[in-house]
Design a protein. Structure first.
Length: 332
C-alpha cells in the first residue's frame, strides 16, 4: 500500500488582535458578562477572545476588520471619559466604527466634514445611531427648513427636539415651539375634561417626553411658564410669525394641505423649522389628502429645503419594531 498524504488541515479563520493598555477601560468595553462583545459577535458573525489586555477577533477578513473598528471606537469613547452603554454598541455597529469627531453646536458646521456627531443638551449628549440620523442632524444645523420622513422609532422627532434644545441653550434662538396636529390615531377620545391645556396635552405628550430627556424638569416647567418653550396644537399657529425660534411640526402626515401651507408660511427671521412625519400613519378622514405628501411633491426642488428619509433599518427602538415595520411594508 502506497503512502498517502494526510488531508490538509482546515484553514484557521484570520485573526486580528488588538491591545488595550488600560485594563479597567477594557472591562468597561467588554460590558457586564461580556455583553458588549457578545452583541458584536452576534451582529458581525465573528468570535472575540480575550487574552489578558488583548482582544483577538476571529472570523472572515471583512467582518473582523469591522469588528476591530467598532472595538477601537468604543475604547476611544472610554478614553474620552464617556461610558459605553448597549445603545453605544448598537450605534457603532450601525455606523461601522465611526471614530473621531466632536460635539455639534450652532457654530461648529465645520464638523460636517466627517467624524462622530454629538448634540449637547443640559442633561445628556445625544448621538445619532445610523448614517441616516447623522445626515439628518447635519441637515438640521445646515438648513433653515428641513423635513424628516420615515417610520416610527427612527428618531425623527427626538433628534429634532435635541437640536432645538442645543440651539436654544447656545443662544442661537430665543424660543422653542413644538407642535403637532390634534388628530386621534384611529379612535374617538370623546370630550376630555379640563381646560384647553388639559384637552390638548395628551396629544402633545411625546413632545414633553423628549424635552424632559434633554432639560431638567423644573427648567422645562419654568421655560413653559415664561413662554420660551411652547407646546401647542397646529391650529394654534394660524396668524403668527415665528421669529428667532426653533420650530418643530411633529406627525405632519396628519396635517391637511391647507394646514401645512399655513404652517410653512409662519417661518420668520432667525428661525429654524423642522417637519417630521410618517407617510404610513395617516389618521386623516378618508379622502382628505395629507399635507406632508403635498409638501414633498411641491418643495423637493427648492435647494434651501432639506428632505431626509429613514427606513426600517434606522429604527432604534426594540429590534422587534424594525421587524414589525418590515412585515407591514412587505404586505403593503
Amino acid at each position: 500500500m502506497g503512502n498517502t498524504a494526510p488531508p490538509p488541515a482546515p484553514e484557521s479563520p484570520p485573526e486580528a488582535a488588538i491591545e488595550f493598555p488600560d485594563n479597567k477601560l477594557l472591562i468597561d468595553l467588554c460590558g457586564e458578562y461580556d455583553r458588549n462583545l457578545a452583541e458584536i459577535e452576534r451582529v458581525l458573525g465573528v468570535q472575540i477572545v480575550r487574552r489578558g489586555n488583548l482582544l483577538a477577533v476571529l472570523g472572515e477578513a471583512g467582518p473582523a476588520t469591522e469588528a476591530k473598528a467598532v472595538l477601537r471606537a468604543l475604547y476611544a469613547r472610554l478614553e474620552g471619559g464617556k461610558g459605553v452603554a448597549f445603545a453605544d454598541v448598537d450605534r457603532e455597529l450601525r455606523m461601522g466604527g465611526d471614530e473621531g469627531g466632536a460635539a455639534l453646536d450652532g457654530d461648529q458646521l465645520e464638523m460636517f466634514k466627517g467624524g462622530a456627531v454629538e448634540i449637547r443638551t443640559r442633561k445628556k449628549l445625544v448621538e445619532p445611531r445610523t448614517d441616516a440620523q447623522k445626515a439628518y442632524v447635519r441637515a438640521l444645523f445646515a438648513h433653515e427648513l428641513a423635513f424628516g420622513i420615515g417610520p416610527a422609532g427612527t428618531g425623527k422627532t427626538y433628534l429634532a427636539v435635541a437640536v432645538g434644545v442645543n440651539m436654544f441653550i447656545e443662544g442661537h434662538v430665543d424660543r422653542i415651539i413644538l407642535s403637532r396636529p390634534a388628530v386621534e390615531a384611529g379612535e374617538k377620545l370623546g370630550y376630555l375634561p379640563g381646560d384647553m391645556k388639559d384637552k390638548v396635552d395628551p396629544y402633545m405628550q411625546p413632545l414633553y417626553d423628549a424635552l424632559n430627556d434633554f432639560l431638567p424638569g423644573k427648567q422645562v416647567q419654568k421655560l413653559i411658564e415664561e413662554k420660551r418653550i411652547e407646546i401647542a396644537p397646529l391650529a394654534f399657529m394660524r396668524g403668527r410669525t415665528l421669529s428667532n425660534a426653533f420650530v418643530v411640526l411633529d406627525e405632519a402626515q396628519n396635517a391637511t394641505s391647507m394646514q401645512m401651507k399655513m404652517f410653512l408660511t409662519r417661518l420668520g427671521e432667525g428661525s429654524r423649522m423642522v417637519i417630521t412625519g410618517d407617510r404610513t400613519q395617516i389618521d386623516l378622514p378618508r379622502g382628505v389628502p395629507s399635507g406632508l405628501a403635498d409638501a414633498e411633491r411641491l418643495l423637493t426642488r427648492i435647494p434651501q429645503i432639506s428632505f431626509n428619509y429613514f427606513t426600517s433599518k434606522d429604527v432604534v427602538r426594540h429590534p422587534l419594531v424594525a421587524a414589525i415595520i418590515e412585515a407591514y411594508e412587505a404586505d403593503g
